[in-house]
Design a protein around this ligand. Structure first.
Ligand SMILES: Nc1ccn([C@@H]2O[C@H](COP(=O)(O)OP(=O)(O)OP(=O)(O)O)[C@@H](O)[C@H]2O)c(=O)n1
Ligand SMILES: C[C@](O)(CO)[C@H](O)COP(=O)(O)O
Length: 246
């Protein structure tokens, strides 16, 4: 059974506020997209390297920079590594990555969708997600228990005091990460169904499992890993520089 991966790296990194698009920002001597590609390609399956093919989405105006950044990775792996332009939202970028996968892939192939913004996801997390899909779950996300107390608030005005509507039951919550894993046919159907929302940031899904949920289908959570933390802000980048994959 084939295992392919889409690595999203087409974001601009507005909240990071760096001169470079986020995926090209260096941390611990390598760009985020390089770390994330290595995590995916280091994962092992029952018969050797897990991932058969990797498609990376890049900002259209930085396509060549992402291609060059991945030269060393390409030389280290037998898996084809291709770079395609992403879209206006993460959802549109994943759709572009799916469209670039070989048309002949079987519908029950496993597809892993990972973010360059999570550069230190350990290979065993990648393996855990893929194994859960292979074992029969069509949609699998890694998740960690939420440690803060979480409150639902009234009208979203972050500059003023807001009324608390409820305290959410924390034991039921998971903060989900990537890579997320799917049967390819299921993920293609989920994206096809949501295509009308793909170019509008306020309507697009923030993760792929959300699109499967919109179809009314089951999504399963497996244990996540703190090392797969997302780099969103400059502080996250400083933490990643200090901790790396520790
Ligand atoms: N149009 C987009 C937007 C995001 N992404 C990717 O989706 C992942 C998660 O997105 P996020 O962390 O929000 O990155 P940015 O969109 O770049 O950040 P910001 O919202 O701060 O601009 C990242 O790997 C990012 O490169 C993408 O491929 N295409
Ligand atoms: C896909 C994701 O990384 C799962 O936590 C997350 O939803 C991406 O969100 P962002 O707002 O695009 O950073």
């Amino acid at each position: 059974m084939s295992v392919v991966a889409v690595l999203t790296a087409a974001g601009s990194g507005t909240r990071l506020g760096h001169a470079l698009p986020k995926a090209l920002v260096p941390v611990r001597g390598e760009r985020l997209v390089v770390h994330a590609a290595r995590s995916l390609l280091a994962a092992r399956g029952p018969d050797g390297p897990l991932v058969d093919e990797l498609v990376v989405t890049a900002p259209a105006e930085h396509l060549d920079d992402v291609v060059s950044a991945l030269d060393a990775v390409r030389a280290e792996t037998r898996a084809p590594v291709r770079v395609v332009p992403g879209g206006a939202t993460r959802q549109a970028s994943v759709a572009a990555g799916l469209a670039a996968l070989p048309g002949a892939l079987e519908a029950d192939a496993v597809v892993l969708v990972h973010d360059a913004a999570r550069p230190f996801a350990p290979p065993d997390l990648v393996e855990r997600v893929a194994a859960a899909v292979r074992s029969g779950h069509g949609a699998v996300v890694p998740g960690l228990p939420v440690t803060d107390t979480v409150k639902r608030v009234g009208p979203a005005d972050l500059t003023a005091a807001q009324p608390v509507l409820a305290t959410v039951e924390r034991a039921d919550l998971r903060a989900v990460q990537t890579p997320q894993g799917f049967r390819l046919g299921l993920l293609r159907d989920a994206h096809d169904e949501a295509v009308a929302h793909a170019h509008d940031e306020s309507l697009a899904a923030t993760d792929d499992a959300g699109l499967v949920e919109r179809l009314g289908l089951d999504v399963w959570v497996v244990p996540g890993d703190e090392r797969a933390a997302k780099i969103t802000t400059a502080r996250d980048l400083r933490v990643a520089e200090l901790l790396g994959d520790a």
